[in-house]
Design a protein around this ligand. Structure first.
Ligand code: TYD
Length: 216
């Protein structure tokens, strides 16, 4: 099962993923947590270029291609093998961040992103997408430490608002796969809601597997 966590800046993804990973491990599930961009040698090098505040002159398309380059390596080397071992992969961002940030945020054509998605990750797509939705003003105000702020977070508030609208639009287009959680709530409430969605999805997945086996 491949589960993606998405959301704007300061939505609390990292914290929630840690909580979910620990809880699932205690229940004896095999869990792999990853972060995009990153997770491979070349992916980490690309991450450094993309998020470093010193990278100033970079076009929307170059930025997009770099995110997809890091992703192609991660899917091939890490995600696919883990899913083949029947593990649960929890990812902090996935190709949908490219739609939200580079597509809706920067104006890269969604049609071009469809093509890049297809050639870089094919059919290795998350089964479930948890959107931690938060107003950009609130999310950005949660980042107190200046060292934590990356190049994209330096963008104007309007950029972050377009990113949020993009996420909400995508969630409306694919409501079966996307679950939207109000991330302005206290963290314990967000954790409980997310965990309950994931446990339900895992149960459903187990039952589907049983049915397919008994049909064979
Ligand atoms: P990160 O430090 O992991 O922050 P966050 O906690 O917000 O996820 O930085 C990832 C940054 O890269 C974040 O600002 C979103 C951006 N991003 C894109 O613009 N496109 C993408 O495809 C991905 C994966 C991330």
């Amino acid at each position: 099962m491949y589960i993606a966590f998405e959301g704007g800046e300061g939505s609390g993804k990292g914290c929630i993923i840690k909580f979910v990973a620990n809880t699932l491990k205690k229940k004896s599930y095999k869990v792999l947590s990853i972060i995009e961009p990153g997770g491979t040698e070349v992916g980490n090098a690309i991450r450094e270029i993309l998020l470093n505040k010193k990278t100033l002159k970079i076009s929307g398309m170059t930025e997009t291609l770099l995110f997809f380059a890091a992703r192609a390596q991660l899917i091939q080397d890490v995600v696919k093998p883990s899913l083949e071992r029947d593990e649960i992969v929890l990812t902090d961002r996935c190709y949908l961040s490219s739609y939200a940030y580079q597509g809706y945020g920067r104006g890269v054509r969604l049609h071009d992103l469809d093509f890049l998605t297809n050639i870089s990750i094919g059919n290795v797509l998350p089964n479930l997408v948890i959107l931690l939705d938060v107003e950009p003003k609130l999310g950005l105000s949660r980042k107190h430490n200046q060292n934590e702020i990356n190049r994209l977070e330096l963008e104007k508030i309007e950029f972050h608002e377009r990113v949020r609208e993009g996420y909400l639009e995508m969630s409306k287009q694919d409501p079966k796969r996307w679950k939207v959680i109000d991330a302005s709530q206290p963290i314990e409430d967000v954790q409980n809601q997310v965990l309950s969605i994931i446990m339900k999805a895992l149960d459903k997945n187990k039952n589907n597997n049983k049915e397919t086996k008994s049909e064979q």
